[in-house]
Ligand binder design. Structure first.
Ligand SMILES: *Cc1c(COP(=O)(O)O)cnc(C)c1O
Length: 420
């Protein structure tokens, strides 16, 4: 393959050699669609349809309340957490799938601040460091919690990863970062940043929304302190699927968050008038879970169990390399700006380009069945999901993009939809 003149048949050949190619059959994908938005809403595992029928018809319909025991509904948050654990370098009984990423952030930040407040130097650790370009809800949740606590906590927003070294010091309580930036696709070195935080006595909370199922993550090897993440993106759990929260064994005994609902109680059915926290990871739970939605997550995780994150990562890098290469050769005269790092070690599984009419171009692509998305400011974002994206998909997507740009087949005055 001549990398300066990649052809459609080169892409076909890449698909034929791809060890993950057969997994695509396990997803329901509309025939005419090239779906490059699995980083925002993952595709539907075919098995989820049967699972939904089972939950609705048998478990809820026929067995009703007995399903809490009989169908294992009550244990679902931890049972699914155990299935997810190997994808993120977690051990069994350290992850639960529950609530939303936003709510799990609240719990993790609250617990981390409390652990720090109890240290000898806790009174002087009042700063949470995060990034201005973080996904907004992460910053908002930290803002909401610290305002409500009213104990002088401050949020320090860094403007680039390089600022971390000078920002972290003896006043830092928590470093809260998203492992792969939702907009740029920048991938942090988790082990390096965590070590830097620990050198200064700070704790490190990682948001894995764009990493879980997309890049190799080893929370234990990195000695991370806490993690949260999303199940409806690369994990294909379905729209609004509950999220996850990871607390390693070494922090579980000190992990206390203020949303002390009965599902985090040591004996929920003892119906005692006082809260007594359960000793295990279920202390990260609050109340009754959306079982129908939660049950959908298993089908996606079962597809991951048929391969490895290293195989997924290898294909992800090949897909994103190919996309960048093709866009830069075939759309060379259109002043697209690559926002995503070229360096493999710094790249997640999506690629973003800027263009003056980014929103209009994305809409034109979507109208042709090539589904990416738009993010402020002027960014076209394309997600590559190795379980179901093919190399020919990449070829066809760039083919459509170059045609739209070459022939100005977009409406520069287009109105924005509510969800971009
Ligand atoms: C997608 C995403 C979220 C989503 O949070 P919700 O509570 O599910 O709405 C949070 N953080 C990051 C970094 C994300 O990418």
């Amino acid at each position: 393959m001549n990398i300066n003149h990649i052809t459609h048949s080169d892409c076909l050949a890449l698909d034929q050699q791809d060890p993950l190619a057969a997994l695509r059959q396990q997803f329901r994908l509309p025939a005419q669609m090239i779906y490059l938005d699995g980083n925002s809403l993952g595709a539907q595992p075919k098995a989820a349809f049967d699972r939904a029928q089972q939950v609705i018809q048998e478990e809820w319909g026929n067995d009703l309340i007995t399903s809490w025991n009989k169908a294992g509904w009550f244990d679902l948050p931890s049972r699914l957490g155990n299935l997810l654990a190997p994808l993120i370098g977690a051990q069994a009984e350290e992850v639960v799938i529950t609530d939303s990423t936003s709510i799990n952030l609240f719990k993790a930040i609250a617990a981390a601040l409390q652990i720090q407040a109890q240290q000898a130097d806790g009174a002087q650790r009042k700063v949470i460091i995060t990034e201005r370009s973080n996904f907004p809800t992460d910053i908002y949740m930290a803002e909401g919690l610290t305002k409500w606590l009213d104990r002088g906590y401050q949020i320090h927003l860094i403007d680039s990863p390089e600022e971390l070294t000078s920002a972290i010091n003896q006043h830092t309580a928590l470093v809260m970062l998203t492992h792969v930036n939702y907009r740029t696709g920048y991938l942090y070195d988790m082990a390096q940043v965590t070590a830097l935080a620990h050198q200064h006595g700070a704790l490190c909370l990682w948001d894995l929304a764009h990493s879980a199922g997309a890049v190799e993550v080893d929370l234990h090897q990195a000695q991370a302190d806490f993690a949260v993440g999303c199940c409806y993106k690369y994990l294909n759990g379905g729209p609004g699927a509950p999220a996850f929260i990871w607390v390693p064994q070494r922090h579980q005994a000190q992990f206390h968050h203020p949303l002390t609902g009965w599902w985090g109680h040591a004996a929920p059915f003892a119906m005692q008038p006082n809260f007594q926290v359960t000793p295990n990871i279920r202390r990260a739970l609050c109340g009754t879970q959306p079982i129908v939605s939660l049950a959908m997550i298993e089908s996606g995780l079962q597809i991951f169990a048929q391969t490895s994150m290293s195989a997924i990562r290898q294909k992800s890098l090949a897909l994103t390399d190919l996309f960048i290469q093709l866009v830069e050769t075939r759309c060379a005269r259109h002043q697209l700006g690559l926002v995503t790092p070229r360096e493999h070690a710094k790249r997640g599984s999506h690629v973003s380009f800027t263009h003056e009419h980014a929103y209009a171009v994305i809409q034109a692509l979507i109208n042709r069945g090539v589904v990416g998305d738009y993010r402020e400011p002027a960014i076209m974002r394309f997600g590559f999901t190795p379980l179901y994206t093919s190399f020919v998909d990449v070829w066809n997507a760039v083919d459509a993009l170059s045609d739209i740009l070459d022939n100005q087949l977009y409406d520069a005055n287009i109105q924005r939809h509510a969800v971009t």
